[in-house]
Design a binder for this molecule. Structure first.
Ligand code: ATP
Length: 423
């Protein structure tokens, strides 16, 4: 529903954003991450039609945000970093004013205002002046003004910035709810927020998109490896040799790490079992153990029978031993099911198994820290579906800037009475 095609915005000195290219499907909640000055607000202001791109094209539901501004913008709700609130109005009168401004039919304005009050948890505050709302309630009102005209796409610029932890939880809950009926693009500095809310993350650095993917996939994709760490119950030597052979045959590297050693109690149990066996007193063993001893006796003595291992003193000694390992394969192929089946067949129970990824934080730091991934390197880890554009050539630093606005001032200096953008 949103298409951002090769969009650039050049400010003085070559700052701004370059060749931003991505699309969003209906119903997605996408997190837009980047360090300060990376270009998040610039991109969002262009998507919402408040700023004209120097190059490129943005459409919402096929409508150009800049050429069919009125129609396109009726489908977009925007919560800027500083919500465009009028402190002298009451909550109710402000919402009615915005409803009118956004073209809600006169007969529906009252009803829509009441709906927003109830949906955004503003009940009881209708007559309160905006000036006296807490920061959290101002943010609720900011969300209300963004959705009062029932847009399809919601663009939220740092919606939880400046809120206290309980307000953050509340606003996240509201965004999650809004995400059930809207497509949402939200910028944030809080990595946790992306994990908590978003299906997908876009990372922007120095004006260029450097990552596009699901939060839990981008770490693996960035490294182009599939890594699994696991803990297996069994004697170290046996686990090591079984895993090692399997991994080698599959071209997977296996690194055996520390495991747990048998407890002293287990060692003494093993000793007792050994003494019993040596003194021929198997008859006093508990029934279950006697059965396994009998089975073991009936088996060939190649040591492969699980029952024999269970009854043997060696097995008792290793009954609580476990081994940790890290298996790493090049590429993205998921080998967990095969591994599970192999270890089950070898009677080596898996106590724990999980995919090892770079965390979102690792990825973010790698991509954005000084001297982190260059735009060229970063492009190579973006999804294949993402833009394969060549970097737009840097414009002359002194080139003139044309920044016409559609119907709103493009200059951030022109703010609403509270310093926010005009609603
Ligand atoms: N009106 C403007 N005139 C000149 N340069 C600007 C203007 N607005 C933004 N910039 C520059 O463009 C770059 C991107 O800024 P932008 O505000 O989009 O970043 P951001 O990712 O939203 O940052 P933050 O997280 O700090 O809000 C920065 O280098 C910024 O200084």
């Amino acid at each position: 529903m949103l298409e951002v095609k090769q969009v650039s915005k050049r400010y003085d000195g070559g700052r701004g954003v370059h060749g931003i290219d991505f699309s969003m499907q209906r119903g997605e909640i996408v997190g837009f991450l980047g360090p300060n000055g990376a270009g998040k607000t610039t991109t969002m202001r262009m998507i919402t039609g408040y700023l004209y791109p120097t190059e490129g094209m943005i459409t919402v539901d096929g409508l150009s945000v800049h050429e069919e501004a009125r129609k396109a913008r009726s489908r977009i709700g925007y919560l800027p970093e500083t919500p465009p609130l009028y402190p002298d109005l009451t909550v109710e009168s402000y919402l009615k004013f915005v409803a009118k401004l956004r073209g809600v039919p006169a007969r529906e304005q009252k009803m829509r205002t009441a709906e927003m009050v109830s949906r955004l948890g503003l009940t009881g505050r209708e007559k309160q002046s905006v000036r006296h709302l807490s920061k959290g309630y101002k943010q609720r009102l900011g969300l209300a003004q963004a959705i009062i005209h029932k847009p399809d796409l919601l663009v939220l610029d740092e919606p939880t910035s400046g809120l206290d932890p309980s307000q953050i939880i509340e606003i996240r809950g509201l965004i999650r709810e809004l995400g059930e009926n809207h497509t949402v693009l939200l910028s944030t500095h809080i990595l946790q927020e992306v994990g908590a809310l978003c299906d997908r993350v876009l990372i922007i650095n120095r004006g260029e998109l450097v990552m596009d993917g699901a939060p839990d996939e981008i770490g693996a994709r960035m490294e182009n490896r599939f890594a699994v760490s696991l803990e297996v119950r069994g004697e170290r030597e046996r686990v090591e040799s079984a895993l090692g052979e399997w991994a080698e045959a599959k071209g997977i590297s296996a690194e055996i790490r520390e495991g747990t050693k048998p407890q002293v109690a287990d060692e003494s149990a093993a000793k007792s079992a050994e003494n019993l066996r040596d003194s021929g007193q198997a008859a006093v063993l508990p029934d279950a153990l006697r059965e396994t001893s009998a089975e073991a006796a009936a088996e060939d003595t190649d040591g492969a029978s699980p029952a024999r291992r269970a009854a043997s003193p060696e097995a008792s000694a290793h009954a609580h031993e476990s081994v940790r390992a890290l298996l790493t394969a090049p590429g993205q192929e998921d080998f967990r099911i095969e591994l599970f089946r192999f270890l089950a067949a070898a009677d080596l129970p898996i106590l724990e198994l999980h995919k090892e990824n770079l965390t979102l934080e690792d990825v973010f730091l790698k991509l954005t820290e000084d001297g982190g991934a260059s735009a060229e390197e970063a492009r190579s880890v973006r999804k294949p579906s993402a833009s394969s554009r060549e970097r737009a050539e840097e414009e002359d630093a002194g080139s003139p800037i044309s920044e016409p606005s559609v119907s709103e001032p493009a200059d951030p200096a022109q703010k609403s009475p509270t310093g926010g953008e005009r609603p």
